[in-house]
Design a binder for this molecule. Structure first.
Ligand SMILES: *Cc1c(COP(=O)(O)O)cnc(C)c1O
Length: 384
């Protein structure tokens, strides 16, 4: 069975569990607490809170079911789900650093992540150096004796640049640092960083994994040792847990994740190739295209390419915004990973410096017919 086919098995509901009366979806355990038959059982559970069902700010069966499914897909020993991607990211980071430590982070990581590292954590005496993630020399040159964390996001959020996961993991191992990667773009279907030596993987579940624009969520995955540390400290103490209702919705969406990612990959490449040929486009940033400078690296560490990419345009911002407004299928909006295709226009560099400052236009290719999407783009540009 191919790896992609196996993913369908991994996301399927478990064989009938008699306790659930044959329900084909995992039931929502709307419980804050779980009671015990005997004090001996209670004492036993309290020793290992996270391995038993005691209290839902710890281990709720509906959330646990999703955690087990996600861990299987990501080839992780253990997973913990959080209230948002940012709750997962900040908890994972806090679990590995303390006052006086140093972090090296890819400079185009997700904005709030950069703010947390570069600004918020500096209040607690943790310093971060941002590097061009595509340059191994920069990673090497930036580590210090007190570097405790290398933070990756591959591909990056706006420009879709890659980092060499295996090389970064090797560098970190050599200096006793931990590696964390934001794997939201690739999903567990297209990239499994733990198999390449990365220590912790974080995802915003809000995007492809959720897939229906109806939930906010996040997950951290890794070895049982690192995850137990997060479980008993950041997860329990900061309390940014996922609710059982959200876990139930995500579990339903997860079953179609491999299927959705196949569709996104195909449609995304078709639309990216087409847009690359347009006169108003200077460059397309999509690691799945052979024109991407790190396409070969992408093929080595990913088994597929998702459908969020950007293009650079020297057209005036107002014109690009008018184009975006005229699009019928593409909606204007943040986030991504659901049914609808999306577009946002962002001026690069200084807003004051004249009309021809390049713009980066982010495109999310959803589930609509790629033919319709391509026609939509062409018609809208003709009208502009
Ligand atoms: C959206 C996003 C996040 C944050 O996730 P939330 O669920 O919104 O907190 C983190 N990383 C990446 C790459 C994202 O796209």
């Amino acid at each position: 069975m191919s790896k992609r086919e196996q993913q369908f098995t991994k996301t399927a509901y478990d064989p009938l569990d008699v306790r659930h009366h044959g329900a084909i979806h995992v039931p929502i355990y709307q419980n804050s607490l779980f009671a015990f038959e005997s004090y001996a059982q209670f004492d036993e559970a309290m020793k290992q809170l996270l391995d038993h069902h005691v209290y839902s700010r710890g281990n709720n069966p509906t959330v646990e079911y999703l955690e087990r499914k996600l861990a299987e897909l990501e080839e992780a020993e253990s997973a913990k789900c959080f209230a948002s991607g940012m709750a997962a990211i900040t908890s994972a980071i806090l679990s590995v650093v303390r006052q006086g430590d140093h972090i090296v982070c890819v400079h185009q990581a997700y904005g709030p992540t950069r703010e947390f590292l570069g600004s918020y954590l500096s209040r607690f005496g943790v310093e971060t150096t941002f590097v061009d993630g595509s340059s191994l020399e920069q990673w090497h040159a930036s580590v210090r004796p007190n570097t405790k964390l290398l933070y990756l996001e591959s591909p990056t959020t706006s420009f879709f640049e890659l980092q060499d996961l295996r090389m970064c993991a090797e560098l970190a191992r050599g200096i006793g640092a931990v590696t964390i990667i934001d794997n939201t773009w690739a999903t567990p279907c297209f990239q499994n960083p733990l198999t390449m030596g990365i220590d912790l993987v974080v995802h915003s579940i809000t995007k492809y994994i959720g897939g229906h624009s109806d939930c906010i969520g996040g997950v951290v995955m890794g070895s049982k040792e690192l995850m137990d540390r997060i479980g008993y400290s950041e997860y329990m103490l900061l309390g940014g847990i996922m609710t059982p209702q959200t876990a139930s919705l995500i579990s339903k969406g997860l079953r179609t994740l491999p299927l959705r990612m196949q569709r996104h990959e195909e449609s995304g490449l078709l639309v990216a190739e087409h847009i690359g040929k347009q006169s108003f486009v200077s460059r397309v940033n999509h690691p799945g295209l052979p024109s991407h400078p790190q396409h070969e690296l992408g093929l080595r560490q990913m088994s597929g390419f998702s459908s969020l990419f950007s293009f650079i345009s020297h057209e005036p911002t107002e014109r690009l915004k008018e184009w975006a407004t005229r699009l019928k299928y593409f909606k204007i909006g943040v986030s991504w990973g659901g049914f609808e295709s999306l577009v946002t226009v962002n001026r690069l560099g200084n807003e004051e410096t004249g009309e021809r400052t390049p713009n980066v236009v982010r495109i999310y290719v959803g589930m609509e017919s790629p033919k319709d999407l391509i026609a939509d783009m062409d018609h809208a540009w003709q009208a502009v």
